[in-house]
Structures are given as structure tokens and as C-alpha cells.
Design a protein. Structure first.
Length: 134
């Protein structure tokens, strides 16, 4: 089973190392000690990520759509050209990039600093694993 150092687990969850330690001490996530270092169980970290995501209560009204992968964030960048607009949204530790029509960006009055949902609906999702260091 994969396991992560406290700092790695905190980065994956988008929280501070202190928060991850408090969660571990409170029993919210399982840890074990190996060679004097504390590790967070990967499967338990995944469970906690899903639990936290389900606890999220949006602070702004939402629309009803069929897509289930929605990430509330803040628009950090909008670049418009003749036909297209490049939009970036930061949702916690996640950065989403969308290419939409300039017309849509103008109609939504997109600019840095506003709240927006990154709505992900795809038929193909790639998965990559880091190269092992062994």
C-alpha cells in the first residue's frame, strides 16, 4: 500500500503540515511510524479526501447540471484573443485551465478574482504515475 510523509500528504490535501498532524492525532487519518518517520496510509488519505469533498457546502448558489465533477474556485487568469479565451481557475490545490470562446468569456464577464465553478465532464481521463526512485 502506498504511504506518504506528513508533508506530502498535506500538500496532496491542500492543507498545512500542522493540519495534517492534527488530523492524524485526532484519528481522522491513519498513520504509522517507520524508521522514526511518520507516514500517512495512502488508501486512508484517499478516503479522507472524498470525505472532505463531500462535506464542502458551496457558499454561492449553484445551477443544476448533469456534470458531477465540479470545483468551486477563483478565476486567476483570463486571456482573450480574436476567437478564444484561455481561463484559469484555482480551486484549492487544483489548477484548472479551460479554453472557451471569447464570446462566452465576454458573456460571463470573466476576470481574475471572481468565483467560478470548473466543471469537468470528459469521456477520457488519463492517469499517470511518477517514476519509481528504485
Amino acid at each position: 500500500m502506498p504511504a506518504y510523509r506528513i508533508k506530502q500528504a498535506a500538500e496532496l490535501m491542500g492543507v498545512s503540515t500542522d493540519t495534517m498532524r492534527r488530523w492524524a492525532e485526532a484519528g481522522r487519518v491513519r498513520t504509522d511510524v517507520r524508521d522514526g518517520r511518520r507516514f500517512v496510509d495512502g488508501a486512508d488519505l484517499a478516503r479522507l479526501a472524498v470525505e472532505i469533498a463531500s462535506e464542502h457546502k458551496p457558499s454561492v448558489p449553484r445551477t443544476r447540471v448533469s456534470a458531477r465533477n465540479r470545483f468551486l474556485g477563483i478565476v486567476t487568469r483570463v486571456e482573450r484573443d480574436g476567437v478564444m479565451a484561455h481561463v484559469e481557475i484555482q480551486a484549492g490545490p487544483h489548477r484548472f485551465v479551460s479554453l472557451i470562446t471569447r464570446e462566452a468569456a465576454d458573456e460571463l464577464d470573466l476576470c481574475p478574482g471572481i468565483l467560478a465553478d470548473a466543471v469537468v465532464k470528459a469521456t477520457n481521463v488519463g492517469v499517470e504515475l511518477p517514476l519509481s526512485s528504485g
